[in-house]
Design a protein around this ligand. Structure first.
Ligand code: KG4
Ligand code: ZN
Length: 361
């Protein structure tokens, strides 16, 4: 049975994991750089790259120790080679190539988005291990917000993407406006528990549109304007933060619901023989409210819903190792000359008209 080491360094998590072909996660070590970036309210690329350099070697060592394996026991080394903050990507990809060269193993350059996309297929002790191709994927993270039809390993068709901010970015900016700190997603989710989602009427951008794109800039602006109006320059009260968090999360849920319902329609017409499955992946997929909204949608549309367990939603090495295993199975290994890619769309054919600051493709 094949076993792969996966390395992830594309954003602010330094991570390594060892995963077996049957889906057993033998180790999964994640060192978050949260504290390094917290004073700046967001990820600082230069700090991230240096921190990956400091932490990666011990993280890989720990992952191998916990798995109880030597490099010689592995079948390949997989590392995220893009897209992402290029300094960090170079650190991880170079480490992966070095280990592969030294241990005479195949090297697999993993697209970070493909790693998120395939994670739901990683058997994980729950019922998400039997997600088969094709499926509809909602990829929602700090840098991306896309709907894709996943036809197989390396075969993606982009249905739509954000024209401006990614949804995770909108969560993070909302949290900052409300003084909830960084990272914003979990903080907004927590604050929303005590809030009234109906106190403020926030917009639902793109709802009802026939295309499958997203936009979150208007929602973020509405949150900012509401904060300015309600506080008149003063501080944000706990109740205001809770109500606006709940309102923002409800609006985001309505937007995802509308876009996914429409996307399921297109997926069904293009794949009439497949029982439709909606997979949600990426850091924002850790949000319990959004998961519940999408689960309800799938029930009413007679579609299957699948999401990775919470710990595998945010960036980790296991998803990279798993993508490596899927590629290894297809014989897709890479040359040590593979150049890390700051941009690396899953669907190279797709053309999306992007607004300023778009990270969609
Ligand atoms: O996939 P990820 O770990 O990194 C990227 O590839 O971007 O996603 C990080 C994003 C951040 O924007 C974070 O605020 C968001 O995922 N996030 C959440 C939650 N947990 C993480 N957003 C909403 N609710 C959450 N519980
Ligand atoms: Zn990610």
């Amino acid at each position: 049975m094949k076993t792969v080491l996966g390395i992830e360094t594309s954003c602010d998590e330094t991570a390594a994991a060892v995963v077996r072909e049957d889906g057993a996660i033998l180790s999964n070590v994640v060192v978050s750089q949260l504290e390094d970036h917290r004073p700046f309210g967001g990820v600082v690329p230069e700090i991230a790259a240096r921190s990956h350099l400091d932490h990666l070697s011990p993280v890989v060592g720990q992952a191998m120790r916990e798995a109880g394996l030597d490099y010689a026991d592995l079948d390949a080394v997989a590392a995220t080679a893009g897209p992402g903050l290029i300094g960090g990507v170079i650190v991880g990809a170079t480490a992966g190539k070095t280990i592969a060269l030294g241990a005479e193993l195949p090297f697999i350059a993993v697209n970070h988005l493909e790693a998120h996309a395939l994670t739901a297929r990683l058997a994980s002790g729950d019922d998400s291990g039997d997600v088969c191709f094709p499926y509809l994927l909602l990829l929602v993270s700090g840098g991306h917000c896309q709907l894709l039809s996943v036809q197989g390993v390396g075969a993606y068709r982009l249905y739509g993407a954000t024209l401006d901010d990614a949804i995770g970015e909108a969560f993070d900016k909302t949290a900052k406006l409300l003084g909830l700190g960084y990272p914003g997603g979990p903080a907004v989710e927590q604050a929303a528990r005590n809030g009234d989602p109906c106190r403020f009427a926030l917009p639902r951008p793109m709802v009802g549109r026939t295309d499958l794109n997203f936009s979150f800039a208007g929602l973020k602006t509405a949150v900012r304007q509401t904060v300015e109006r309600e506080t008149q320059g003063g501080s944000v009260s706990a109740q205001l933060a809770a109500d606006l968090s709940a309102g923002f999360q409800a609006a985001a849920g309505d937007v995802l619901l509308d876009r996914c319902r429409r996307a399921l329609g297109r997926f069904r017409s293009e794949n009439p023989d497949a029982a439709p499955t909606l997979v949600v992946a990426g850091g924002v997929a850790a949000n319990t409210h959004l998961r519940a909204v999408l689960e309800t949608l799938c029930r009413s549309e007679s579609a299957r819903f699948a999401a990775p367990p919470l710990a595998l939603c945010t960036d980790n090495g296991a998803m990279v190792a798993w993508a490596g295993l899927e590629r290894l199975r297809e014989g897709l290994i890479d040359d040590l000359g593979f150049k890390p890619r700051p941009r690396w769309p899953l669907d190279p054919e797709a053309v999306i008209k992007k607004g300023a600051g778009a990270h969609g493709v």
